[in-house]
Ligand binder design. Sequence first.
Ligand code: SF4
Length: 295
Amino acid sequence: GCNNFCSYCIVPHVQGREVSRPVRDVLADVRELAAGGVTEITLLGQNVDSYGRGLDGDSDLASLIARVARIPGLRRLFFITSHPRDLSPRLAETVSGCLDVVCPYFHVPPQSGSNRILRLMNRGYTRERYIEMTSMIRETVPGAVLAGDFIVGFPSETAADFDDTIDLLERVRLSSSFIFKYSPRPFTRASAMPDDVASADKIRRHRLLSDLQHAVSLQENRKLLGRTLEVLVQGPSSTDPDRLTGRTRGNRIVIMPSNTGRPGDYVRVAVADATPLALYAEGVSPAAGPAVTAP
Ligand code: SF4
């Protein structure tokens, strides 16, 4: 669940308040999975950074991550989704100190770059705070990869508000984003606001922001050309069954030749080409080996 009540979001209304599972239960689950051969785990929460509220002691996400990362057999640990207001320097420092296991991937949805719209969304931060937070992560965590979500066409969003969103993405350069056109959800505060951004404007803003995200993603992915990255092989590519797909430690998609490995293998691949959505690997350097910190 979630305690935040962002004005557009139905989650707190249908899933209720957030609950933190006891640390010992999470550790027991992960130990059992790791003993059974699972090597990649994701700690999942609507607002995973608020983990620990309501638990006895001083449990928080940072201390949980540090303890999970020490469980034998685990090679990759992700945590999603982070709230920009709650992502703390302590968490970034913990990730930085556990990079042999913890993946430096931060899904931190900005939703908008306009302070007026962020207020109406009840997000609890400003664009300035968001920009500071991204700088803090990048300064603290080597190889950090940031991704997020945006909503365009929120009630009363003007062309100037949307320009602020474009400007924010240009500044923070997320590696990828999910971009949604606003539509009202029942029970939410925003559903009582006039849904007054014309459909054509929502479509145009969605296209403009998507085009910008694709350009940024392509530039960021091209920086990896020639680099050797660790990839966890997942299975046949959905777009080309004659190739394999996998993910880097920065959660980037990699398309590889079918003889690169088998699902579940960790391989090292050389990046030969890049699109906004994926990296393409050709040559394969010796498979497996110890985990490496790479985007
Ligand atoms: Fe909670 Fe996320 Fe929904 Fe906001 S958008 S209410 S943080 S689940």
